[in-house]
Design a protein around this ligand. Structure first.
Ligand code: UDX
Length: 432
């Protein structure tokens, strides 16, 4: 089918490239001229495993094209996907101004029946507002349908999550657009859930909040494990074998971050308030997450006593592995806290250093180090802050030789306590 994606960011570009890969003809629209130019020249503005190859091959096959014109996108497609940002407002509510603007632009360009699909993460009842807006601004007064089709892509695994989704959720206000949506997703081997538009919108916030709850639950357990000499990984393994619980998202950490969980949690709490429900459970999920970071910083200051003028190596800046994204990154927040205490930082990340420098500029107190094994040189302590797989292969013998003292704080439980003790490290991790 002929599809358009308005908003070529992390969700829009992955969705467009995967739709093209399975045979659809896709026009990706973005109002950022520089981004469209980079894409047209075969470049990729974000790091996402597998994405570059998909974009290159499908552009070469003529199944994927890029433009800055929304009207062009509307003209080229039977189904138009909205994938523009829905950033958080200071009070936790969702900024829907980009959605509203794109809905007006689409309406102005419509000349025939088309389906407008909202893929951006939006509060429940947004679909109704998009429909009202299109009806009001559609000059041609043509018929249309609005559909909710939330995305469940994890950064760093987005292509994999879209090519092999656990489920596809379609929310409709009438049965008319269902056939077209089934045709779009026919090449994807996954259950397709067709429901009403409000339930579809709610599924997204409900799912993300539950995943965040799961992480805060294991992080709360990690505190009890530390107090009782239990091992949180062993506990997670024992819990996870229960099919009703599942092992994934039970990795104790220095807290969750990213551009989704914190934003979606705040949004869901706000949406609940607006409909008259105090979602105290989710507020506790947020509180546990903030406390987890405080506890980890305290571990470091309790061990080093004074942080001022200490040299601390930090491995990891991205909010998670396999991404260059540093938005709401726990690793970067940790760096900023240590920096504020007067520590001298030597930092490394396989992919996120460029984006991190915009937030944590290099200087006399902050050195960016290209080689992960060189970070430890002259350090009084080393910290693992992001769960990059490559950090497991850190040259610990070399680190021990070049550090002033062999002290390592592991915020992602990448190393084994017994092995670290054998190597002579003072080793602190999470929940063990
Ligand atoms: C999340 C949801 O997983 C995805 O379905 C949704 O579409 C977007 O939001 P994402 O934010 O990209 O995806 O990353 P995710 O893999 O969920 O991790 C979020 C944060 O939780 C990261 O900081 C990660 O390090 C942390 N995390 C994850 C843990 O601390 N422990 C875990 O067990 C899993």
């Amino acid at each position: 089918m002929r599809l358009s994606i308005i908003g070529t960011g992390y969700v829009g570009l992955v969705t467009g490239a995967c739709f093209a890969e399975v045979g659809h003809h896709v026009t990706c629209v973005d109002n950022d001229e520089a981004k469209v130019r980079v894409l047209r020249e075969g470049g990729i503005p974000i790091y996402e495993p597998g994405l570059e190859q998909l974009v290159k091959s499908n552009t070469a096959l003529g199944r994927l094209q890029f433009t800055t014109s929304t009207a062009q996108g509307v003209e080229n497609a039977e189904v138009i996907f909205i994938a523009v940002p829905t950033p958080p407002l200071p009070d936790g509510a969702v900024d829907l101004s980009f959605i509203e603007k794109v809905a007006r632009e689409i309406a102005a360009a419509m000349t025939r029946y088309q389906i407008v699909v909202d893929k951006s993460t939006v509060p429940v009842k947004t679909g109704d507002k998009v429909a009202e807006t299109i009806k009001r601004y559609c000059k041609a007064k043509v018929d249309f349908d609005v559909v909710s089709n939330p995305e469940f892509l994890r950064e760093g695994f987005a292509v994999e999550d879209l090519m092999k989704p656990d489920r596809i959720v379609i929310g409709v206000r009438s049965p008319r657009p269902v056939a077209a949506m089934r045709e779009i997703y026919a090449p994807f081997d996954a259950p397709l859930v067709v429901t009403d538009i409000n339930s579809a919108e709610l599924i997204k916030h409900a799912s993300n909040s539950f995943l965040a709850l799961k992480i805060s639950y294991i992080n709360a357990l990690s505190v009890i494990c530390e107090a009782t000499g239990a091992n949180v990984i062993e506990v997670a393994n024992g819990m996870g074998l229960d099919q009703r619980i599942g092992r994934r998202f039970l990795e104790a950490s220095l807290g969750f971050g990213g551009s989704c969980f914190p934003k979606d949690l705040s949004a869901f709490v706000k949406i609940s308030e607006q409909v008259g429900y105090d979602f105290a459970l989710l507020k506790e999920v947020q509180r546990i997450n903030a406390l987890q970071m405080d506890r980890f910083v305290k571990k470091i200051s309790d061990t080093l006593w004074v942080l001022k003028e200490k040299t601390i190596g930090v491995l990891g800046l991205a909010f998670k592995q396999n991404t260059d994204d540093v938005r709401m990154s726990p690793a970067l927040e940790l760096c900023q806290r240590l920096h504020k205490e007067g520590a001298r930082l030597r930092v490394h990340d396989p992919k996120a250093m460029a984006k991190a420098q915009a937030v944590l500029p290099p200087g006399p107190q902050v050195e960016y180090v290209d080689d992960m094994d060189a970070v430890a040189e002259g350090c009084d302590a080393l910290v693992v802050a992001t769960e990059w797989e490559c950090f497991r292969r850190l040259d610990l013998q070399r680190a021990r030789r070049v550090m002033t003292h062999p002290i390592l704080f592991d915020g992602r439980n990448l190393f084994d306590p017994a092995e670290m003790e054998r190597l002579g490290f003072i080793y602190k991790s999470i929940g063990r």
